[in-house]
Design a protein around this ligand. Structure first.
Ligand SMILES: Nc1ncnc2c1ncn2[C@@H]1O[C@H](COP(=O)(O)OP(=O)(O)OP(=O)(O)O)[C@@H](O)[C@H]1O
Length: 259
């Protein structure tokens, strides 16, 4: 079940340092939204606030609101672990559990969530998730071999399979292709296009072509200087951002004049 995200006036702090200031945006369900912007503008920090993953760093806090289909993710009764189940994340470096089998990697999130399931049910989840991540054909004959035995691109697809196994509403991807070769990158991009039918996807990327290829909407973040907070400069349809952005800073960035 794909859901929308509405962020209003979000500030993110590391201790006293205001890293991201005043972000308001809507992320539509069943769409791909790309976050772009120069290094240090707060893309990773901000994307982590969408599933409260920033909270694993002590001293972080947010002001403002993040709603998932209207539900306040920062409400007093909300368990961040449940939020992370609803909103999954894939990271820059593929991070499968290296000694765990492919099968157990896919099931890891489900086991963490304490769901008990029959073997046949687990087999179904493994197959559905690996098919969903376009890894089934390569993985089906080696489900009991360790995750570390896969190539980098396969490991990243395994991580995507692990993320979708718990049937999240949203999938966050923080530079998911930056450690991958061009062929594996294209495989992940194709996969993102397929996953969009069922999930809301947010992807941080430094690769302009990738943002243009995979996303429906693009959000450009910028930073005025070291020690300043990152800000959302503009968000619009990807074609508009890349052909006729509203702000000069966006145009300079997407045309490679800085950043
Ligand atoms: N754990 C942390 N503690 C303190 N400050 C941090 C921490 N992580 C990031 N920051 C700071 O927050 C700001 C935003 O960093 P962030 O990594 O979110 O930017 P980014 O746009 O994702 O950069 P990049 O494109 O280089 O990955 C930077 O000034 C960074 O130094």
């Amino acid at each position: 079940m794909s859901k929308r995200i509405d962020v209003s006036d979000l500030n993110v702090y590391y201790g006293d340092f205001l890293a991201v200031e005043g972000v308001t945006m809507a992320v539509e369900a069943r769409s791909v939204t790309a976050f772009i912007g120069p290094s240090g503008c707060g893309k990773s920090t901000f994307i982590r606030t969408l599933n409260r993953l920033h909270e694993v760093v002590p001293g972080t806090r947010v002001e403002g609101k993040v709603l998932l289909d209207g539900q306040d993710l920062y409400g007093p009764a909300v368990d961040p672990v449940v939020v992370r189940r609803q909103i999954g994340m894939v990271f820059q470096r593929p991070n499968p559990f290296p000694t765990m089998s492919l099968r157990d990697n896919v099931l890891a999130g489900i086991k963490l969530n304490n769901s008990r399931m029959r073997k046949s049910e687990a087999d179904d989840v493994v197959e559905r998730s690996l098919r969903g991540a376009n890894l089934w054909n390569e993985a089906k004959d080696r489900l009991d071999t360790p995750g570390s035995g896969l190539s980098g691109g396969q490991q990243q697809r395994l991580c995507i399979a692990r993320a979708i196994a718990v049937e999240p509403d949203v999938l966050l991807m923080d530079e998911p292709c930056s450690a991958l070769d061009p062929i594996s990158t294209l495989a992940i991009e194709d996969l993102i296009a397929e996953l969009k039918e069922n999930y809301t996807i947010v992807i941080v990327t430094h690769n302009m072509q990738q943002a243009a290829r995979v996303s429906d909407r693009t959000a450009f973040f910028n930073i005025a200087g070291t020690g300043q907070p990152g800000k959302l400069i503009e968000m619009d349809d990807t074609t508009k951002i890349f052909t006729n952005p509203g702000e000069k800073a966006t145009e300079d960035y997407v045309s490679g004049r800085f950043g």
